[in-house]
Design a binder for this molecule. Structure first.
Ligand SMILES: [Zn+2]
Length: 316
C-alpha cells in the first residue's frame, strides 16, 4: 500500500467529494423549504447543515495531517473547531426558536397539518445522496484504509435512516393531516441533529480544554522510539499524543547533542516518524522537535573538548 501521506491526500479528496454532496443536499432542502415549508423538512435541512459542519472539520483535520513534512497547526485546528462549535450552537438555537414557534402555532391556531406531499421529493433525493455518500466513503476506506473514512461512513449509514424517517414522516403526515404525527416525526429527526451536534461539541470542547491528550498512547509511543534515540545519543523530552475525532497527532520533543549535524538530526527525525506511523494505524501525523541537550549547554569549557571528541569519532 502507498505511504500514509498519499493515502491521507486521497482520503481528503474522498471527503471533499462527499462534503460537496452534502452541500447539494443542503441546497435541495433549502429550495424546498422556501417553497413548501414544513417543520419536518426544516428539521431535515438543519440536520444536513450540522453534518456538513462536522464533515468540514474532519476534512480540514485530515488535510493538515496529510502535510507530513509540516508542523501540525494545532492552534488553527482549535480555532476552526471553536468556530464550528459556535456556528453549530447558533444553528441549533435558531432551530429551537423555529420549533417553539411551530408548537405555539399548533396550540393557538390548531387545525390540520399542512404538509405538502411533494416536499418528500427533497428527502427522497437527500436519501439517495446519503446512500451515494455512504458507498463512496466505504469504498474509500477499503482502498486507502484510513480510519476517518470508516468513521464517517458509519455516520452516513445512520443518516440514510434519517432520510427514510423524514420521507415516511412527510408522506404519513400529508396523507393523515395529523399534527401528532408531524410532531412525532420532527422529534425523531431532532435526535439525528443532536447526534451530529454532540460530535461537534465533544470534539471541540476536548480540544479547547486540552483534554484530548492521551497519556496511555503517549507512553506507548515514547517506549517504541526509545532504542532509536539511544542509538543516536538522544533522549526524550516529552511525547504528546493528541486524539482528534478519529485519529492521533503525535508531538515528540527530543534532547539532542548540540553538535549533531543537521543531516544526522533529519535522519533521526525520519526514523522516528516512520517507526511511529508504521506501528499505529490511527496515527496520521508526527511532529519531531529537537532541543540541545541541557547538560551540554551548561558546560562552556567542555564544549571545545566535546567538539574535538565528536570530530575524532567521525574520523574513526
Ligand atoms: Zn447525521
Amino acid at each position: 500500500m502507498a505511504n500514509l501521506t498519499l493515502r491521507l491526500k486521497w482520503s481528503s479528496r474522498v471527503l471533499a467529494y462527499t462534503f460537496a454532496l452534502g452541500l447539494v443536499g443542503v441546497l435541495i432542502d433549502s429550495v424546498f423549504v422556501v417553497f413548501m415549508n414544513n417543520i419536518i423538512l426544516f428539521t431535515d435541512l438543519v440536520h444536513w447543515v450540522t453534518d456538513s459542519l462536522l464533515e468540514l472539520t474532519l476534512l480540514l483535520g485530515l488535510y493538515f495531517a496529510s502535510r507530513l513534512s509540516r508542523r501540525y497547526p494545532m492552534g488553527v485546528v482549535v480555532l476552526e473547531s471553536t468556530l464550528g462549535l459556535l456556528i453549530a450552537l447558533t444553528v441549533v438555537g435558531v432551530y429551537f426558536y423555529v420549533f417553539y414557534d411551530f408548537l405555539n402555532g399548533l396550540l393557538y391556531a390548531g387545525g390540520a397539518a399542512t404538509v405538502n406531499m411533494y416536499s418528500s421529493i427533497a428527502t427522497i433525493a437527500g436519501t439517495a445522496l446519503t446512500v451515494l455518500t455512504y458507498t463512496t466513503l466505504r469504498r474509500g476506506f477499503e482502498k486507502y484504509n484510513v480510519e476517518t473514512l470508516r468513521y464517517e461512513s458509519t455516520h452516513a449509514l445512520v443518516d440514510v435512516l434519517a432520510g427514510v424517517t423524514a420521507t415516511v414522516g412527510i408522506l404519513a403526515t400529508s396523507i393523515t393531516k395529523s399534527t401528532a404525527l408531524e410532531v412525532l416525526f420532527t422529534v425523531v429527526l431532532m435526535m439525528f441533529i443532536l447526534h451530529s451536534v454532540q460530535g461537534i461539541v465533544s470534539d471541540s470542547v476536548s480540544l479547547i480544554r486540552g483534554e484530548n491528550l492521551d497519556y496511555k498512547m503517549s507512553l506507548a509511543v515514547m517506549n517504541s522510539i526509545q532504542d532509536l534515540l539511544a542509538s543516536a545519543g538522544a533522549r526524550v523530552k516529552s511525547v504528546e499524543a493528541r486524539k482528534l475525532a478519529s485519529f492521533y497527532v503525535i508531538g515528540v520533543e527530543v534532547y539532542i547533542d548540540p553538535l549533531t549535524t543537521i543531516r544526522d538530526a533529519f535522519k533521526l527525525r525520519r526514523k522516528i516518524v516512520k517507526r511511529v506511523i508504521d506501528l499505529y494505524d490511527s496515527v496520521y501525523h508526527v511532529d519531531v522537535r529537537f532541543h540541545p541537550e541541557v547538560s551540554f549547554e551548561r558546560v562552556e569549557e567542555g564544549e571545545r573538548s566535546r567538539g574535538e571528541e565528536l570530530k575524532a569519532r567521525r574520523k574513526r
